[in-house]
Design a protein around this ligand. Structure first.
Ligand code: PBG
Length: 326
């Protein structure tokens, strides 16, 4: 054959890595950590193999385990001892996240990001203040503007406890601006915001709702999270968050939304995060358990694809397992 161009020449070991366009590094990864105020023992999360909820007393040890693998950042989620209509334990000074973050920042070198949302703290499991009668009338939903103040208070309480960065995930319109203002007024102008800017109403969050006990008691989140059908709308969501001062732009979920990761990468000059969510983790584990695919290889390939699409950092439950191999 008279072929001058043979791409296979560059696929052999030795040259392969020299020409690879994308690299995955443990320092690109953020490991979610669940701290649970309702238990004094570690509780495995059934739908997410190798993940557990840990009591506040084990939070430091849990983060140290993460850091030993080479991962340097964690995202802290809290399960409070009690819930109420407004989610008041979300911004309590002695709340589960605040308590854990104080200890983690005092005793480890991890970069500590906190998830800022109300769904784990409200008795109804929605991400904000409800309209009266929401339960009986499904057309009613979370009240946007009254929720903003509660999110700002929550973010400020995390920063006061020592959080390095806050990550609002409630898809409340105006949340980034309200939080930025709250942080600045409280003297935390240097705490960045990683906005869950394009967060979809996704079936892939199922296992997480198990893990963090944050499933809505009725209805769903379609009224505030994005429609999976929409990509242009994601750019609009992201640009609103940029205008309000978002420092890092997150797309969530990741694997089924790589086109959105790519579009955000190309349209904005800020760092892009991808959230490799609980369902993406659970499905790889479930198939691997059956012997149908190689867990590590499938996980690695998924994360590499997120980087190739344009993500700078990835929040993933695979962080510890993969860091060892990177
Ligand atoms: C809180 C929150 C959720 C996730 C992250 N923050 C749940 C949701 O929006 O329903 C999902 C994470 C995952 O599935 O891994 N709002």
């Amino acid at each position: 054959m008279d072929l001058t161009d043979r791409p296979r020449r560059l696929r052999r070991d030795g040259i392969r890595l020299l020409v690879s366009e994308t690299h995955l590094d443990a320092r690109d990864l953020v490991a979610p950590v669940f701290v649970d105020a309702t238990t004094d023992e570690r509780v495995p999360i059934e739908s997410m193999p190798n993940q557990e909820r840990v009591p506040v007393d084990d939070a430091v040890e849990r983060v140290e385990e993460v850091c030993e693998t080479g991962v340097e950042a964690v995202m802290v989620f809290g399960i409070p001892e009690s819930k109420d209509e407004r989610g008041t334990r979300a911004w309590a000074e002695d709340g589960v996240v605040q308590e854990a973050v104080r200890r983690i920042t005092a005793e480890t070198d991890a970069y500590v990001i906190t998830d800022v949302c109300l769904c784990e703290y409200t008795s109804h499991g929605h991400c904000g203040v409800l309209e009266a009668d929401a339960e009986s009338d499904p057309t009613l939903t979370v009240r946007n503007d009254p929720t903003l103040d509660l999110l700002a208070k929550t973010a400020v309480s995390h920063a006061e406890a020592g959080a390095d960065m806050v990550a609002p995930s409630s898809m409340t319109d105006g949340m980034v601006g309200a939080i930025r203002e709250g942080l600045d007024e409280a003297g935390h102008a240097s705490v960045p915001i990683m906005s869950y800017a394009a967060k979809y109403e996704s079936a892939f969050y199922g296992p997480f709702r198990d893990a963090a006990d944050g499933a809505p008691a009725f209805g769903n989140r379609r009224h505030y999270q994005m429609d999976p059908a929409n990509a242009r709308e994601a750019l609009r969501e992201v640009s609103l968050d940029v205008e309000q001062g978002a420092d890092v732009l997150m797309v969530k979920p990741a694997l089924a939304y790589l086109d959105v990761v790519r579009a955000v990468r190309e349209s904005f000059d800020r760092p892009v995060a991808a959230y490799n969510v609980s369902g993406e983790y659970a499905m790889v584990h479930a198939a691997a358990e059956k012997g149908w695919l190689d867990l590590e290889a499938a996980a690695y390939e998924s994360l590499l694809a997120m980087k190739r699409a344009g993500a700078d950092l990835i929040v993933t439950y695979f962080a510890e397992d993969l860091a060892d191999r990177l």
